[in-house]
Ligand binder design. Structure first.
Ligand code: ATP
Ligand code: MG
Length: 297
């Protein structure tokens, strides 16, 4: 039955033995439905302690790569290995213990903020939990709440913003301190300030760890050791940021498009200031019409 069946441990499968945390995809082909391949012959290596970023259009198969690494599904062809061990041949709990995921959509438990962070490492002390929250740049925000760390979050509690939820997930991952990290950047637009804070938090946790980062905003991948551009399930381009810009292909186009969009956003961020050069033309009716005009663009 394939896709929806839970992947099973081979009886007696040994635990994953992590030395450096090298992640290797070799000719990985995968389909949720056999009639529609999602990944085709994908190969890459994240050397121990290095970072690889995956970029590409929505639906290209980026999150699928992270689901396969976490072994929610098994590959149809090819191999995924960590430090030379095929992940199909090791116990799932040991595999998952070695990987920290900051997912695209963080789902929090209907419990306190403290519980949600502490979940990263059962038995962590309160000062370890607070430290992780500090590194994730969420501690001061939590202390500003009337109930502090005892604030209930989730469906029946305080609704955190996308960025706040993500920082809780980052704090949880910092506490877990796994050798391998997997970031699936949120699609939802974060404001520039929050994005910078989250990037700083991620940088904090990624230092010295093997990192696979799925990114929507290219500004977050410029320092990656290698960038893969995934197109319709295939690696279309690969290289460093500068190498890919020099190639003047897909990546360079995406970069240019995002630079243009960022320039627009930054202008728009100054709400009370002129949005465009045209706004300097002080026609009293312009401001009133502006929002409607932008919405139509
Ligand atoms: N559980 C599933 N069952 C069937 N098809 C799926 C499933 N999950 C994803 N897909 C399909 O696989 C393709 C790749 O999905 P994936 O989630 O990997 O995309 P993505 O590159 O992460 O996109 P985004 O940037 O929007 O997050 C999509 O066409 C999607 O519809
Ligand atoms: Mg995705």
């Amino acid at each position: 039955m394939g896709a929806n069946e839970e992947v099973q441990d081979t009886p007696g499968a040994p635990d994953l033995n992590v030395s450096g945390g090298e992640v290797k995809f070799e000719n990985v082909t995968f389909a949720y439905d056999p009639r529609r391949p999602v990944l085709k012959n994908v190969s890459f290596t994240v050397p121990s302690g290095k970072s690889v970023a995956i970029v590409g259009a929505s639906g290209a198969g980026k999150s699928t790569i992270s689901r396969l690494l976490f072994r929610f599904y098994d590959v149809n062809q090819g191999t995924i290995s960590i430090d030379g061990q095929d992940i199909r041949n090791v116990g799932q709990s040991s595999l998952r213990a070695a990987i920290g995921i900051v997912p695209q959509d963080t789902v929090l438990f209907n419990d306190t903020i403290y519980y949600n962070v502490a979940y990263g490492r059962p038995g962590a002390s309160p000062s370890e939990v607070h430290n992780a929250a500090k590194l994730a740049k969420i501690h001061d925000f939590v202390l500003s709440l009337p109930d502090g760390y005892e604030t209930m979050v989730g469906e029946r509690g305080l609704k955190l913003s996308g960025g706040e939820k993500q920082r809780v997930a980052i704090a949880r991952t910092i506490l877990k301190a796994p050798p391998i990290l997997l970031f699936d950047e949120a699609t939802s637009a974060l404001d520039t300030h929050t994005e910078k804070e989250i990037q700083a938090s991620l940088g904090e946790v990624a230092t010295g760890r093997t990192t696979l980062a799925i990114a929507h905003r290219l500004s977050t991948v410029v320092d990656s050791d290698e960038i893969l551009v995934l197109e319709a399930g295939e690696v279309a381009e690969r290289g460093t940021h500068n190498g890919l810009l020099a190639k003047d292909g897909l990546y360079a186009k995406m970069w240019q498009r995002q630079q243009d969009a960022t320039d627009q956003d930054e202008l728009a961020a100054f709400d009370d200031k002129p949005n465009t050069l045209d706004d300097l033309d002080l026609d009293p009716d312009r401001d009133r019409d502006r929002d409607a005009g932008e919405a139509a663009e």
